[in-house]
Design a protein around this ligand. Structure first.
Ligand code: NDP
Length: 294
C-alpha cells in the first residue's frame, strides 16, 4: 500500500514536552538536572548541549559539568556523590562513552537510583524487568520508541502481537524487549549470533531496529502491514560526498509494505530527549512527595 503512516517523532516529542511543561507548572517545582560530560567528544558535546537547553526550555534548572578528558574515576565518583546529596538536583546524567581510564559501570551504579534519569542503574533495570514500570526510571530511547508505537496502535491491538527487537544492548535492545513484554507482546530478540534473522523478522507484526548498520533491515524482511521503529542513527557519505543521517532500515523500499514507520531523522531521535525531560520531572515529583511524607 502507499498509505503507510510516517510516524512524526518530532510532533510526538513536542507533545511530550508540552505535557512536561504544564505538569511542572502545576506541581510548582523546579526540577534540577545535572549533566556530566567528560572529555570533548564532538557528538557527546552536541547531545549534552541539547539536553541542557531542553531542560531550561522546560523550566528546569540545569547544571552542566564539563570535565577534562584526563579526569580520574575517583573525581567523577566524588562529583556524583555530591550531586546525590544535593536536594536541588533530581536527575543526574553521565554522557557515555567515558574515557577509558573510567569504568562507566562503576560510575552509573554510583548514581542514586531515584536520580538515575537514564534508567541504567540496576534498581531501575530490575524494576523494569520485574514489571514495576510505574515506579521505575525507564531508559529514554526505548521509552520513546514504545510511545511512538502507541501513537499508531492501541493497548488492545498491541497485546498478543509478535514484536521483533533487532539488537540486545543494555541501552536500547534489552529494555525495549522488556517494555514490549510489559505490553503483552510476544517478543523475539535478534543479535549478531542469531541464525536466519530475516526469516524471524518476516514474522514480526512490530520491528524495532537498534543495530547501528545502514540498510540492515531490508524490504523482504518485512511482513506486509508491519509497524517499523528505526532506532538506528548512522552517519553515511552519499555519492555526492555529503554526509547524511540514516537509520537501520532501508526506508525507501520498506515504506511501501508497512502500515507505519519512523523516519530517520525525525523519528525516535527527538523522543529520547523528551523522555529524559519526562524522567527528570517524574524524579522531581517523586522526590517532593517523599519529603512531604516525612
Ligand atoms: P550497540 O552497538 O550497543 O548494539 C548493537 C546491537 O546490534 C548488538 O546487540 C549487536 O549484537 C547487534 N548486531 C550487530 N550486528 C548485527 C548483525 N549483523 N546481526 C544482528 N544483530 C547485530 O548499539 P546501541 O544499542 O547503543 O545502538 C543501536 C543503534 O541505535 C545505533 O545506530 C545508535 O546510534 C542508535 N541509537 C539511537 C538513539 C536515539 O536517540 N535515537 C539512542 C541510542 C542509540 P551483539 O550483542 O551480538 O553484538
Amino acid at each position: 500500500s502507499c498509505d503507510a503512516v510516517i510516524i512524526d517523532g518530532k510532533q510526538v516529542a513536542a507533545d511530550v514536552i508540552e505535557s512536561v511543561k504544564s505538569r511542572r507548572a502545576m506541581a510548582d517545582i523546579v526540577p534540577g538536572l545535572a549533566v556530566i560530560l567528560v572529555g570533548n567528544n564532538a557528538a557527546s558535546s552536541v547531545y549534552v548541549r541539547n539536553k541542557s537547553a531542553k531542560a531550561e526550555e522546560c523550566g528546569f534548572a540545569s547544571q552542566q559539568f564539563d570535565l577534562p578528558v584526563d579526569t580520574s574515576e575517583q573525581e567523577v565518583l566524588e562529583l556524583i556523590n555530591s550531586l546525590n546529596n544535593d536536594t536541588n538536583i533530581h536527575g543526574i546524567l553521565v554522557q557515555l562513552p567515558l574515557p577509558k581510564q573510567i569504568d562507566s559501570h562503576q560510575v552509573i551504579q554510583s548514581i542514586a537510583p531515584e536520580k538515575d534519569v537514564d534508567g541504567f542503574h540496576y534498581l531501575n533495570t530490575g524494576k523494569l524487568t520485574t514489571g514495576d514500570t510505574n515506579d521505575a526510571l525507564v531508559p529514554c530511547t526505548p521509552a520513546g520508541s514504545i510511545q511512538l508505537i502507541k501513537s499508531v496502535m492501541g493497548a488492545s491491538e498491541l497485546s498478543g502481537k509478535h514484536a521483533v527487537v533487532v539488537g540486545r544492548s543494555n541501552i536500547v535492545g534489552k529494555p525495549m524487549a522488556s517494555l514490549l513484554l510489559q505490553e503483552n507482546c510476544t517478543v523475539t530478540v535478534i543479535h549478531s549470533r542469531t541464525n536466519n534473522p530475516g526469516e524471524i523478522c518476516r514474522q514480526a507484526d512490530i520491528v524495532v531496529a537498534a543495530v547501528g548498520i545502514p540498510n540492515f533491515i531490508k524490504e523482504d524482511w518485512i511482513k506486509q502491514g508491519a509497524v517499523v521503529i528505526d532506532v538506528g542513527i548512522n552517519r553515511i557519505t552519499t555519492d555526492e560526498g555529503k554526509t547524511k543521517l540514516v537509520g537501520d532500515v532501508d526506508f525507501e523500499n520498506v515504506r511501501s509494505k508497512v502500515s507505519a514507520i519512523t523516519p530517520v531523522p525525525g523519528g525516535v531521535g527527538p523522543m529520547t530527549i523528551s523522555m529524559l525531560m519526562q524522567n527528570t520531572l517524574d524524579a522531581a515529583i517523586r522526590g517532593k512527595s517523599l519529603i512531604t511524607k516525612e
